[in-house]
Design a protein around this ligand. Structure first.
Ligand code: ADP
Length: 893
């Protein structure tokens, strides 16, 4: 091997390897960033959100946040010293362990760590070991091969990770689905980053290359995370139970626990310390392709005669505990409530102290939102805490437990830890308070600086806005700016991905972290951005005469969109939807009786209610077909009480739109309650919920299953025939045909936005915005933009152009979802960034674009004549909804 300096480098980013990461992290951000929502100007909003997030993260959080905890820990920067990097073997002195630093050139060595022997298939015994000197929370790992400026070509295609907290007990990392092997590098140059989901809490790490062929492997690595200041080294709990909810198996076991499991789980850490919080509705974990209940550990009251669950928490040394934060589910409509009482005992030596601290949180019988409950621990001193959590209902579900002690304040400053710094205590050492004080001072300094910078930015932006307003007469200018920024984000991501894959060398940043989450994104005019890409610069004029994105949006956006975190949905040339609605009648609120919560949307909750006297209220014209029940069951969508003005306007906008739509395949708005708060819209009730969940729970009826299926179908169970699926698609096409006759662009057609009633009746819904529940379906770039990119046409993504033809594109994807019974997300094998890259291929049209594959049950003709035609590059060549409706109806005959 040749010695070589490592100058050139490229970065391949694989963010959010699983949807779960994206969804859960996004959720964490959303909850923390809420105070930033009120700002009108998008840039201010985004920056404020980010800063507020950092402030909150720095001051209020006791628990580690995987979103923030992503600092390179010192392989790259040199803070990890040579003596802390070791290996099972080395090929030669110049490929020793100390050269296994990602993209780090000290002008020495051969460019990477390479083990002594050729790696045999499955002979993954070789390892590169890093000692971080103290416990760390690791969220991300990066690997690179050895290129030695073109002279080397060794890399690890796949690898595994082992870790240890004490240096003796080693645990093999696996993801939430039990997969141990991580896909590594494809060439010797690119850096590949992988999210660790679940994250690891450990001090020692081993990277173990795995190969398919007997080959030489070399590796350079980096670990990303932050110090684990919680001090918790293990917890012991009874393992979680299984719930059967309406025939559905819901598993509440601690699936990532890394200790021993016998009668109790002991000596390990797991889901309660993985930094991710469970959803409000524990049944919804399938949205990130996990089994229901996976984000909680939960227990059934009936198995605990004493009425409580006992948990023991062991810490690295004696600490002064101020509080414990416990993230609990409170979905009482499903028999789950947060704990009624927590009694905590303390131990500093060998005996538990007799007097516990007892805390009773007030029961919440109103909100079913999952939340953190803070249990004060009264500054008690201990190295172990035993807490008894008393059941408040049949079930108790916890997703996270974190402790605040005298020495645990998370350092969110951007400087990575310094090696040899006194905070890097070994487990068992006693950290000095002096260090914490100085950390706090640095932190306060940073926060003051950030606030000052923020104020300056706000002043500059406001000044710019005033200036722009003076110059521009059009009142739509603000809207245009928001869209500009939004598209800039999309396009920025496209370029970013594009350039990150093709640029070799010359990178100036020495922190990979900065490149993953730049703190101050630089917004640019999308037109300028588009022109920066050579191919776009020349060809924007050739795009079928497509107007410039901003023009397109001004045409299409007749009403102002307000929430910048989601894209807007409005009509093209829709005078129809201008003005206020006079036909929608106010329904007396007191005649609504709450039955159960149906779901949660962008604006608030959706409830099933009985509406007394609704049939008479509506009169004959409005009476609901086939529904003579009295009182009538209706779905009531309520605007959350703390909604800001913009959300309120959007809600009213959705009412205005829906009130004018009248079609058997569009969900009907029946009445409203808008005279007083909270604002409500009352729609017809669709008893089978949304189409995505509905299909997800079904199986396709094969020809061989005919008899069985007939029987199951009669019993109302879980099989569906191809004909029924096409019947559903016909209904969606029919609803869309109606919308297109009004020139109405839906912008968000997908199975998640269709509802299912009796006898497989399908109706299109969601004329508001994107859905919280399915965040995984929406693309987020640095937590700022939400776009359903997997359903969007290339011109919507790259040019911001939404037309009937882009709805046709989305229909093609929706048809694909229907025929695959929503078992997978579209392009599930591609990351969000790869989907954007694929969009670029549609634009380039060099035959490299990837299409969704033909669903198994789909006849060749339906696939090629219908589905593929929806995804034609030239929007004019895509079929109309009328044609598709006719085609599908015909195929049924
Ligand atoms: P948003 O559009 O604000 O995101 P949705 O209107 O989609 O919210 O409602 C969220 C959830 O509530 C849906 O997924 C569905 O499960 C339920 N839901 C909404 N409307 C109805 C309805 N008319 N009938 C039955 N369930 C409904």
């Amino acid at each position: 091997m040749q010695a070589g300096a490592l100058r050139g480098r490229r970065l391949t980013i694989i963010i959010g390897d699983t949807q779960a990461v994206a969804v859960k992290q996004e959720r964490n951000v959303r909850m923390c960033a809420a105070p930033g929502e009120e700002m009108k100007v998008m840039e201010v909003k985004l920056i404020t959100r980010r800063v507020v997030f950092i402030l909150l993260a720095a001051s209020a959080r006791a628990q580690v946040n995987p979103e923030i905890c992503r600092y390179p820990l010192g392989m790259t920067g040199g803070q990890i010293q040579d003596e802390d990097i070791s290996a099972s073997s080395q090929w030669s002195e110049s490929t020793a362990a100390r050269f296994g630093r990602l993209d780090f050139d000290n002008g020495d060595g051969d460019g990477a760590w390479c083990p002594h022997i050729r790696l045999e298939p499955d002979g993954h015994k070789e390892y590169l070991q890093v000692d971080l000197r103290s416990l760390h929370f690791i969220t991300l790992v990066g690997t690179q091969g050895r290129h030695a400026d073109g002279m080397g070509n060794e890399f690890a295609q796949r690898y595994m990770i082992k870790y240890s907290r004490d240096g003796n007990n080693w645990v093999g990392w696996h993801d939430r689905k039990g997969r141990q092997v991580i896909e590594g590098n494809r060439n010797a140059y690119d850096v590949v980053l992988k999210d660790l989901e679940p994250p690891i809490i450990a001090r020692f790490f081993r990277f173990m290359p795995v190969t398919d062929n007997s080959m030489i492997v070399c590796m350079r690595v980096e670990l990303y995370g932050c110090e684990w200041l919680d001090g918790l080294v293990s917890y012991s709990i009874p393992d979680g139970h299984q719930m059967i909810y309406r025939g559905l198996d819901v598993y509440f076991n601690d699936s990532v626990y890394d200790g021993a499991s016998a009668e109790r789980l002991t000596k390990g850490l797991g889901q309660l310390t993985d930094g991710t919080w469970g959803l409000d509705d524990f049944l919804h974990s399938h949205i990130y392709s996990m089994w229901p209940g996976y984000d909680y550990v939960g227990w059934n009251n009936k198995s605990f005669v004493r009425g409580y669950v006992e948990m023991i928490f062991e810490f690295d040394h004696v600490r002064n505990f101020t509080s414990m934060k416990v993230h609990c589910n409170n979905m009482f409509s499903r028999g789950v409530r947060m704990f009624r009482q927590a009694s905590c005992y303390f131990r500093s030596g060998s005996e538990w102290e007799a007097d516990p601290v007892t805390f009773r949180p007030p029961a919440d019988r109103v909100s079913q939102v999952a939340r953190f409950v803070t249990v004060p621990l009264g500054d008690r001193t201990a190295s172990a805490i035993k807490c008894r959590f008393h059941f408040g209902d049949l079930w108790m579900l916890l997703s996270e437990v974190a402790f605040q002690s005298g020495s645990a304040v998370y350092n969110t400053s951007l400087t990575p830890r310094k090696h040899g710094h006194p905070t890097n205590t070994l487990p068992g050492d006693d950290p000095t308070h002096k260090v914490d004080e100085s950390n706090t001072r640095i932190l306060i300094g940073c926060l003051v600086a950030i606030i000052a910078i923020l104020m300056t930015i706000i002043v500059i932006i406001l000044w710019r806005q005033v200036w722009q307003k003076m110059l521009e007469k059009a009142s739509r200018r603000v809207l245009d700016d928001e869209l500009t920024a939004r598209l800039a984000i999309q396009t920025e991501a496209f370029f970013f991905q594009h350039s990150s894959l093709s640029t070799e060398g010359g990178s100036t940043s020495n922190s990979t972290y900065e490149r993953i989450f730049p703190l101050c994104a630089d917004y640019q005019e999308p037109s300028r951005l588009i022109r920066k890409l050579p191919e776009f610069a020349q060809s924007t004029e050739h795009l079928d005469g497509a107007p410039h994105y901003a023009e397109a949006d001004i045409i299409s956006l007749q009403e102002s969109a307000s929430d910048s975190s989601t894209y807007s949905i409005t009509a093209v040339n829709m005078n129809l939807f201008a003005g206020t609605d006079s036909s929608m009648k106010e329904f007396p609120r007191h005649k609504l009786t709450f039955k159960e919560k149906l779901g949660e949307g962008q604006f608030g909750e959706v409830h099933l209610c009985e509406a007394e006297g609704m049939q008479e209220f509506l009169g004959e014209d409005f009476s609901i077909e086939g529904n003579n029940e009295s009182p009538l069951l209706v779905a009531v969508k309520t605007l959350r009480e703390d909604a800001n003005k913009n959300a309120r306007n959007d809600f009213l906008k959705e009412i205005r739109i829906m009130s004018r739509l009248m079609d058997p395949n569009i969900v009907r708005l029946l009445a409203v309650c808008v005279d007083t708060d909270p604002l409500c819209m009352i729609t017809e009730y669709m008893e089978n919920g949304d189409l995505n969940q509905f299909l997800c729970n079904l199986r396709l009826k094969e020809a061989a299953d005919e008899d069985k299926a007939e029987q199951e179908e009669r019993e109302g169970t879980s099989m569906v025939s191809y004909c029924k699926l096409i019947g559903m698609a016909v209904q969606i096409a029919s609803g869309m045909k109606y919308l297109s006759s009004l020139n109405f662009v839906h912008r968000d057609l997908a199975t998640r936005n269709c509802l299912v009633g009796k006898n497989y009746t399908i109706k299109i819904a969601d004329f508001g915005m994107s859905r919280n529940l399915y965040r995984g379906d929406y693309y987020r770039i640095q937590g700022r933009a939400v776009l359903p990119i997997r359903w969007m046409s290339w011109e919507s993504i790259l040019l911001g152009k939404f037309t009937m033809a882009s709805d046709v594109w989305a229909f093609g994807v929706t048809l694909w979802e229907v025929l695959t019974l929503c078992k997978k997300q579209p392009y599930s094998q591609l990351s969000d960034e790869q989907v954007i890259e694929n969009t670029g291929e549609f634009f380039r049209d060099q035959g490299k674009q990837v299409y969704l594959p033909k669903p198994l049950c789909c006849p060749e003709r339906v696939y090629s004549d219908l589905m593929l035609s929806c995804w034609r590059r030239n929007a004019k060549q895509r079929p109309s909804f009328q044609e598709m409706h006719a085609h599908l109806t015909e195929s049924l005959a």
